[in-house]
Design a protein around this ligand. Structure first.
Ligand code: ARG
Length: 461
């Protein structure tokens, strides 16, 4: 394409290398910003007419013309043409074709630098709001299951070794709490990014005393960015969204990892619905948890987008640099990944079958060794001693090739005089669970309290 017909072609006499044209253009991905771009331009046309830079008539022609361009995008009839370097160029080119030379007044005092920064924030605000809805749905699914399956108990693990009995619902709510924090974090990010760059010009500000407060109100921003240099160059919100995406994916990935383990024949605690599993092309018996493996795998990809963007962002000199065009694909990719992942996680969790009997079979009396130590504590023996005594009981049982619950009162008395007949009562998993009734513990009441809190939060948010 001859440089003379480029938006910025005036000062150039030579042609750009066609390869450079393709290297430079972003339309293939930034066309996603079409709506934000057109809404931003409509608001800007109104602001220009307020300052009498254009007439009311011209403003109306611009606003209506932009509406027609929007309709074309929505109906899929917008045709991208050679020379449409990016979404801003494409929309302005099409506007000119539809309404003629008035289109050339729209960009007065504006630069693609403040335009793209505005479009991107508008788009990010709306996109992340959708993710917030999916996230809340997921929390709702976890809370519902926890409520329904509150009586199911299972082994809890540390170091992947059987540790203590816990409620299945308690395990589930771990993730519900993390996702709640993710939702809160995202809400804060949305609030922070919701400030207006438009009116910053290329870098130095707008020469027509444009009413930026008006523009902010028109576009739903809570305020303006108070420094034009920052307005065109600040992409902290991109870093924040990518970091948020990464942390949310960590929670999804760890959740998936747990369920992948629990779905193995060795555990047998859960099976995935057919809707979220696939078979093997070779082994007919296989049912693979592909959904969970993809969730775990896709987390890596999101972290990659975060670190890639940070590399691009660091060390940029003040204000706009073309490097910043590289801010979009990471977020587009992360947003698509999060959108899919959140919905699939909800699907997997809401359709999962659990096997309470298998979970119970995973419990063994040695998991009550801590309860044994606590029994002695209640009899007045210092914990450091009781820990040692309970350890000796575990060893004795192992030597006899039996479980600690099979040791006799006599055996226990040999270990410490404080043991009495009621030692028999501690070999009860439910009781062990119910003992953990301090706030945040796995007892029924404390799990119910968690459910109440999370349900209340869901209702208010
Ligand atoms: N496509 C560009 C971007 O995404 C738009 C801004 C171009 N500004 C410029 N001075 N070349 O960053």
């Amino acid at each position: 394409m001859a440089s003379a017909i480029k938006l910025w072609g005036g000062r150039f006499s030579g042609k750009t290398d066609p390869l450079m044209d393709r290297f430079n253009e972003s339309i293939n991905f930034d066309k996603r910003l079409y709506e934000a771009d057109l809404l931003g331009s409509q608001a800007y046309a109104k602001a220009l007419s307020q300052r009498n830079i254009i007439t009311t008539e011209e403003k109306d022609i611009l606003v209506n013309g932009l509406e027609d361009v929007l309709k074309e995008w929505r109906e899929g009839t917008f045709i991208i043409k050679e020379g449409d370097e990016d979404i801003h160029t494409a929309n302005e080119r099409r506007l000119g074709e539809l309404i003629g030379s008035v289109a050339g007044k729209l960009h007065t005092g504006r630069s693609r630098n403040d335009q793209v920064a505005t479009d991107f924030r508008l788009w990010a605000r709306e996109e992340t709001k959708k993710l917030l809805v999916y996230l809340k749905e997921l929390i709702g699914v976890a809370v519902e299951r926890a409520k329904k399956e509150i009586d199911v108990i299972m082994p809890g693990y540390t170091h992947l070794q059987r540790a203590q009995p816990i409620r299945w619902s308690h395990w589930l709510l771990t993730y519900a709490w993390s996702w709640k924090e993710d939702a809160e974090r995202l809400t804060q990010i949305i609030d922070r990014l919701n400030v207006l760059p438009l009116g910053s010009g290329a870098l130095a500000g707008n020469p027509f005393n444009i009413d930026r407060e008006f523009l902010a109100k028109e576009l739903g921003f809570k305020g303006v960015i108070h420094n034009s240099l920052l307005g065109v160059s600040d992409r902290d919100f991109v870093a924040e969204i990518l970091f948020w995406s990464s942390v949310t994916m960590i929670h999804i990935s760890r959740f998936s990892e747990d369920l992948i383990l629990y779905s193995t024949s060795e555990f047998g605690f859960v099976t995935l619905a057919d809707a979220y599993s696939t078979g093997s092309s070779l082994m007919p018996q296989k049912k693979n948890p592909d959904s969970l493996e993809l969730l775990r795998g896709k987390s890596g990809r999101v972290f990659g987008q975060l670190s890639g963007f940070l590399m691009t962002y660091k060390g940029l000199p003040s204000t706009y640099n073309k490097d910043l065009q590289e801010d979009k694909e990471p977020i587009f990719d992360a947003a698509d990944t999060l959108s899919g992942s959140l919905q699939i996680t909800s699907g997997v969790l809401s359709t999962l079958t659990i096997y309470p009997e298998r979970m119970r079979q995973g419990l063994s009396p040695d998991m009550l060794a801590t309860d044994l130590a606590e029994y002695l504590v209640r009899k007045g023996v210092p914990f450091r001693e009781t820990h040692h005594i309970a350890g000796a009981a575990v060893r004795l049982a192992e030597e006899r090739n039996t479980t600690i619950s099979n040791l006799t009162l006599g055996d226990f008395k040999q270990l410490h005089q404080a043991f009495e007949e009621d030692i028999n009562l501690i070999w009860d998993y439910e009781k062990s669970i119910e003992n953990r009734c301090s706030l945040g513990g796995t007892s029924k009441q404390t799990v119910q309290e968690q459910i109440v809190k999370l349900t209340k939060w869901l209702g208010e948010n």
